[in-house]
Write a protein that binds this ligand. Structure first.
Ligand code: GRF
Length: 207
């Protein structure tokens, strides 16, 4: 990928969409040579859809099918077709609460990115900030990584720490983590889109 043109991003989300807003803002401010051309959600009233529509970005609810934690086969084909028709260069997961399966991974090889609210490989899975607090670690953080077939296991693009305070609550910690996410996600996407990242197995490095 090079920095000559504006890359087309397709965002997938199930929640309130604060990372979507940070990415859209970075695009508008010229910090990211990209535009969000499509937002898809499995949740009909997800905030991410509302926020995208407010910005005039195409935002669709696509039914996920009959599974709870992933898209079913027919649904997945529709999601892939919609992303391909929109000619997205990169699929960006922004709070998407379903596990991606091989058909979608194969359709966008090394072109699906996720953000996770911990320093992976610590605390994969749900509510990672609560896991960190309950475990008693003193530092947690944020990870941006490429998506592979595992749960929060793909090659890491960027990480940033968030110290845990003695009297933290899950809500306060999550709010601080989210503020870090909103800087880290656009910066990591910019690095990837600039073509300045070499991926060697699990390891990535700046070129
Ligand atoms: C973020 O905390 C992200 O790390 C996780 O899901 C949350 C999405 O938040 N994967 P938002 O919808 O972007 O506000």
């Amino acid at each position: 990928m090079n920095s000559e043109r504006r890359f087309r991003l397709g965002l997938l989300g199930s929640g309130k969409g604060s990372n979507f807003a940070a990415i859209a803002e970075a695009c508008a401010a010229g910090r990211l040579p990209a535009e969000v051309v499509l937002v898809l959600s499995d949740v009909p009233d997800a905030g991410i859809l509302e926020r995208a529509r407010e910005r005039g970005i195409r935002a669709l609810h696509l039914p996920p099918g009959h599974f709870r934690t992933r898209l079913d086969e027919a649904a997945e084909a529709a999601w892939i077709a919609t992303l391909q028709a929109a000619q997205v260069d990169l699929v960006v997961l922004a709070g998407f609460m379903r596990i991606l399966k091989p058909p979608l991974l194969r359709a966008f090889p090394l072109k699906i990115v996720n953000i996770h609210p911990s320093l992976l490989p610590s605390f994969p899975g749900l509510e990672a900030w609560k896991q960190a607090l309950e475990y008693g670690v003193k530092v947690t953080g944020v990870t941006v990584h490429l998506v592979d077939h595992g749960i929060d296991t793909g090659p890491i693009i960027a990480q940033a720490p968030v110290p845990i305070e003695d009297d933290d609550t899950p809500e306060r910690l999550h709010a601080r983590i989210q503020r870090v996410e909103h800087d880290l996600y656009p910066a990591a996407l910019a690095l990837l889109l600039a073509g300045n990242l070499k991926i060697e197995g699990r390891r990535t490095r700046r070129t």
